[in-house]
Design a protein around this ligand. Structure first.
Ligand SMILES: C[S@@+](CC[C@H](N)C(=O)[O-])C[C@H]1O[C@@H](n2cnc3c(N)ncnc32)[C@H](O)[C@@H]1O
Length: 283
């Protein structure tokens, strides 16, 4: 089979599941990985025959894509902020929106004197590793309730040569945060269980529900707890949150209720309200 024939086979078999652009991305990503080729080499040799054994591996990836398994699970890794992260069923696959949150923090803190940053609900560890990689002057810690997620986060810190301190802890059962934290970042679970039916199979069947869902009656459980913990310390703390695009108004109401006066909400690259920065106990 040639590259062109294989590409058509991808497009034919996945067309009911994904837009064409995404199918082409899958095709190149898998070929680059399995054949260890650059995209340009695949593009300029459309009639090249593919080695039979490699083709078998590619076909098995295609079968898994047809089952709507995420490509990141098939390959075992993803890219986040230019870095490579292993992923598996125990962690949320890092999203591009979260890269933008990281970008915001880096632009605020890149030139700052050393601070202690805490990431709450770290999953794959993508946030603390990317922050530490770009701003080595800061101390970075990360908290997570899932031991299996933490194992992977530790692995990701190591493969990216970064020094992050990991803490196995349930934030909802935490009474106090370390006194020396200056900055908190969190992309906590925020999808209401009622929204479950609208979630695509490749997320619902393959990503951990612990990372995604909260009870319908209190979607802000994690935000409220984190803010209250920060407030309790009586010390000025900047918090960066990823938020649900559907809950901006409710989020602003929560800020009023918690008497948080300094709040900035930003849109992501799709124009959705997706991240917030707030100041707790301003000096
Ligand atoms: C939306 S995911 C975010 C993962 C990662 N920070 C990212 O942005 O890709 C939320 C994370 O919070 C963790 N989590 C859920 N409940 C928690 C709790 N009670 N205490 C600490 N972490 C929790 C989940 O295991 C998951 O890794």
């Amino acid at each position: 089979m040639t590259f062109t024939e294989l590409k058509h086979s991808f497009q034919r078999r996945l067309s009911d599941l994904y837009p064409l652009e995404e199918i082409n991305t899958f095709y190149y990503w898998i070929l680059e990985d399995v054949l260890e080729l650059k995209r340009i080499d695949i593009k300029i040799n459309p009639d090249q025959q593919i080695d039979e054994m490699k083709l078998e591996t590619i076909q098995s990836c295609l079968n898994r894509l047809e089952q709507e398994e995420p490509i990141q699970h098939i390959l075992g890794y993803t890219e986040f902020h230019g870095l490579k992260f292993s992923v598996n069923k125990n962690v949320l696959i890092p999203r591009p929106e979260t890269e933008e949150l990281v970008e915001w923090i880096i632009s605020d803190l890149k030139e700052e004197s050393p601070k202690h940053i805490l990431d709450i609900g770290t999953g794959s560890g993508c946030i603390p590793v990317a922050l530490k990689k770009h701003m080595d002057q800061h101390r970075v810690s990360a908290l997570e309730v899932s031991k299996k997620a933490l194992d992977l986060a530790r692995h990701n810190a190591k493969t990216n040569n970064t020094n992050v301190r990991y803490i196995e802890q349930n934030i909802l059962e935490t009474d106090e945060l370390p006194q020396d934290i200056d900055v908190i970042v969190s992309n906590p679970p925020y999808v209401k269980l009622a929204e479950k039916e609208q979630i695509h199979k490749n997320v619902l069947d393959y990503e951990p529900h612990l990372a995604l869902f909260v009870d319908d009656d209190n979607p802000f459980l994690f935000y409220q707890k984190i803010i209250e913990l920060a407030k309790k310390r009586g010390r000025s703390t900047t918090i960066y949150f990823e938020i649900s695009q559907y809950l901006r108004e409710d989020f602003e109401n929560l800020m009023q209720y918690l008497d948080i006066k300094s709040v900035e909400i930003r849109k992501d690259f799709k124009g959705n309200d997706r991240m917030a920065k707030l100041l707790v106990n301003p000096d």
